[in-house]
Ligand binder design. Structure first.
Ligand code: AQP
Length: 512
């Protein structure tokens, strides 16, 4: 049950015009634990820092993934001294426990870093350890006397990791053919990082992960090879990247078992990804499925990889990998990095059904990389839309629709576009550019939109992007010797690294 502290705060914020939701969870202090349990990431949460600037206290709201710049705040306020408030000072100012600071701190001036508005929906403290506040970031501008400022540097985690990390790891399950979500959310990141030439990149077909949900052996055997061919056709260079099957390096499973000694069953059971898969396959709630995130941590950490190009859906698993790295380092003195996600522009590709993400195992949700123009057209044609009649009619002549207010504001109407249409607009942005998306949004809201023409053009744009991939793929698939050699060579190179890590862990854990 939501406690009175959170309810009271929610009421005050509602009265200020800030619509909100209170999300319940276990009693937790660390933001990382809260977001993981709620199925979000640190990218979604905003911290309120209470700081002392010369003689005054101030509140600074910043995204949890950004780093505060003391220099910028000092310059902005024209102060000499700036520091984080002590726990006693924090309690006195907020009358709250550490770890529960709210967005609204009466009595002191509040500065909101502009990156807070980079996320539409954000999470923050409620004053209670058992609940979290959720609202639209734009609404925070309604807080009394706030000032929007630019006081943080780049996204902290990625920047520090990019500087220190030497290796990159990622993998894809062999549960079907690759789709646009896998390509834009993951493979594009593989390529980007390979191209930098700065890292040793290890890209895997995680075939053991494929047996954590129901599977057919013959299909798995065929699918895993197809994904290696997809990797090569997408442009991965086996001279630069190590390309492997997970099951060729059994050390992944060995290390996962050692890692399982530092994670609890309760933690694994709370993961949103686990709950989703159990819902999808209630008959297959297996130990293997529960262990999925531990094996994923092992896949990454066995190569001591600090950067992981994956879609945003994998963030809760990365949180587990970071946790395991921290615990192993603390308990056994290992030196695992805390891996972070390398995000691409297509970190979340919506399903063609308009509900949730594009997914191999969700019928009618995906476009495969191998689909021809006809197949793409048929799939895009099925994306659910509405009448497209236009909501507020054209603005009076000479008036920009963005500043024109009919019954409702233009900006608010953009947020209300139905999910199928919004998914189409997302694809338009990715394959035809942002300007085209803005144009479609504008006519959708004003004069009305003709979906037939739009879907035709979009299908052609998607196919134009996939065609060179498909041509390369056909050639590579014929060259069985080459594909076999890539897999053999990858396994040899990967095992050398994996054996070293397992040896080190065994020694540190007292097994050797
Ligand atoms: N819709 C998506 N948008 C962006 N990235 C996505 N990824 C998957 N779907 C999207 C990313 O693709 C990589 C490989 O995913 P996976 O094969 O490990 O498993 P998955 O995430 O479970 O992919 P599917 O298609 O949803 O498979 P099934 O249906 O078998 O579960 C990951 O980096 C993932 O983020």
């Amino acid at each position: 049950m939501i406690d009175q502290i959170s309810l009271g705060y929610s009421k005050i914020m509602t009265e200020m015009g800030i619509k909100n939701k209170i999300l319940e969870h276990d009693s937790l202090v660390e933001a990382a634990d809260v977001v993981a349990q709620l199925g979000y990431t640190l990218n979604d949460s905003v911290a309120t820092l209470i700081m002392k600037a010369d003689d005054n206290f101030i509140a600074v709201l910043r995204r949890d993934v950004t780093k505060i710049s003391f220099k910028k705040i000092k310059k902005l306020l024209g102060v000499e001294m700036l520091r984080i408030a002590t726990p006693e000072e924090f309690n006195k100012i907020t009358e709250l426990e550490i770890g529960t600071a709210r967005f609204y701190v009466p009595g002191i001036k509040t500065y909101i870093d502009k990156k807070v508005f980079g996320k539409k929906t954000i999470l923050g403290g409620t004053g209670s350890l058992t609940s979290t506040f959720q609202c639209q970031s734009e609404d925070l501008k309604k807080l009394p006397g706030i000032q929007v400022v630019d006081v943080t540097s780049e996204i902290e985690e990625v920047v520090t990791n990019l500087k220190t990390t030497k290796r990159v790891f990622s993998g894809i399950r062999a549960t079907g053919r690759l789709h646009l979500g896998n390509y834009l959310g993951a493979v594009k990141g593989f390529l980007e990082l390979e191209k930098t030439g700065k890292y040793e990149t290890v890209y895997c077909v995680v075939d053991i992960h494929s047996i954590t949900t129901p599977f057919k052996p013959d299909e798995l055997r065929a699918n895993k090879r197809e994904i290696i061919i997809d990797y090569l056709a997408a442009g991965l260079d086996p001279k630069k990247s190590i390309i492997i099957y997970q099951s060729d390096i059994p050390e992944h499973i060995e290390l996962a078992f050692y890692f399982s000694t530092v994670e609890t069953i309760a933690r694994m059971m709370h993961l949103p990804t686990y709950k989703e898969k159990v819902k999808q396959h209630p008959q297959a709630n297996t130990m293997a499925l529960l262990n999925y995130p531990i094996l994923m941590a092992s896949d990454i950490l066995i190569y001591k990889a600090g950067l992981v190009p994956v879609g945003i859906d994998q963030e809760p698993h990365l949180e587990v990998a970071r946790e395991i790295a921290r615990k192993m380092n603390q308990i056994y003195g290992t030196d695992f990095p805390e891996p972070v996600r390398f995000a691409t522009k297509g970190e979340y590709i919506p399903s063609l059904t308009g509900e949730g993400k594009m997914s191999k195992s969700v019928e009618n949700s995906y476009i495969n990389l191998t689909d021809n123009l006809d197949e793409i057209k048929k799939k895009i044609a099925k994306v659910p839309t509405d009448s497209g009649k236009g909501i507020m009619g054209p603005p009076p002549k000479g008036i920009d629709p963005k500043t024109y207010e009919g019954k409702e504001k233009y900006s608010e109407l953009v947020g209300k576009i139905p999910s199928g249409v919004a998914a189409l607009f997302e694809f338009v942005e990715l394959f035809q550019g942002l300007e085209k998306r803005k144009y479609y949004e504008k006519i959708y809201i004003t004069t009305g939109i003709k979906y037939g023409q739009m879907k035709q053009e979009l299908s052609e744009a998607i196919f134009a992007d996939l065609k060179p991939f498909q041509e390369r793929r056909a050639k590579i698939a014929e060259d069985t010797k080459y594909v076999d050699e890539v897999i053999r060579d990858g396994a040899e190179r990967a095992r050398k690294i994996a054996r070293e890590t397992v040896q080190e862990v065994k020694e540190k854990m007292g097994l050797l």
